[in-house]
Design a protein around this ligand. Structure first.
Ligand code: SF4
Length: 233
């Protein structure tokens, strides 16, 4: 693990120095985004699991619009099994990839109903057994519904900003997560992605990041104020 981070970072910065830079970065981001939290509306672990499955390739805003009605109609796993795939597809259509998402939702509902008495399990291994649930979804549910720090959510913002900050050069979410796990203090594993997502939406955007307004600019090796080159993805 150690080798992976050291191999991937751009400079010869030591692991200890990288960790210190991450700690300082987190402190500044917490100050800049004190309200950073999961932006998928939910009132329990099951709703968060459903919302996270729907959020693949879709904005959280769109998911929240769809789940406002969905969660009134479907409250427990059995409700998702009581309708035809066609009906559920129609209810979630605007989130995109609705046929695959319907399969995941009904497959997951079946396992929850038959194996877990309708409840969402709270371990990584059990969540990964659910159809359509990969590490990102499992981490979202574990961290935000159960307060279990099993890993770090890596989405497009986390991946992009981790690259720009020189925290990982990996290209897959699972490998980026493994690099981050070595650098981010465990107490911050849940809040860290929320901070990067807030920063990615407002300042460190995919195109034209506002390095001149960035609160962590002094800790960022990719800042165009230092390199003169606009950071890529
Ligand atoms: S300095 Fe620029 S590239 Fe670095 S984190 Fe800030 S906005 Fe992103």
């Amino acid at each position: 693990m150690k080798k992976s981070v050291q191999k991937n970072k751009k400079s010869s910065e030591s692991l200890e120095s990288l960790r210190e830079r991450v700690r300082k970065t987190i402190r500044l981001l917490k100050r800049a985004y004190p309200d950073a939290k999961c932006s998928l509306n939910h009132s329990n672990a099951f709703e968060l699991l459903v919302a996270t499955i729907l959020s693949a390739q879709c904005t959280d805003e769109r998911v929240n619009i769809v789940t406002a009605d969905l969660f009134r109609k479907y409250q427990k796993p059995e409700d998702y099994l009581a309708v035809s795939p066609r009906e559920l597809e129609k209810d979630i259509q605007s989130t995109g990839f609705f046929r695959n998402k319907t399969k995941s939702l009904q497959g997951t509902a079946k396992v929850l109903s038959e194996t877990y008495g309708g409840r969402v399990p709270d371990t990584m291994d059990q969540l990964l057994e659910l159809p359509g649930v990969a590490r990102k979804t499992a981490n979202v549910v574990l961290g935000n519904a159960f307060g279990v720090k099993a890993g770090i959510v890596v989405d497009t913002h986390v991946s992009r900003i981790s690259h720009r900050l020189g925290l990982s050069a990996e290209t897959t979410a699972d490998k980026i997560e493994q690099d981050l796990i070595q650098l981010v203090p465990k107490r911050d594993w849940v809040i860290f992605p929320h901070l990067l997502i807030a920063h990615g939406r407002k300042i460190c955007r995919a195109r034209n990041p506002a390095c001149d307004q960035c609160v962590i600019e002094k800790y960022c090796p990719s800042s165009f104020l230092k390199t003169g080159v606009m950071p890529g993805n």
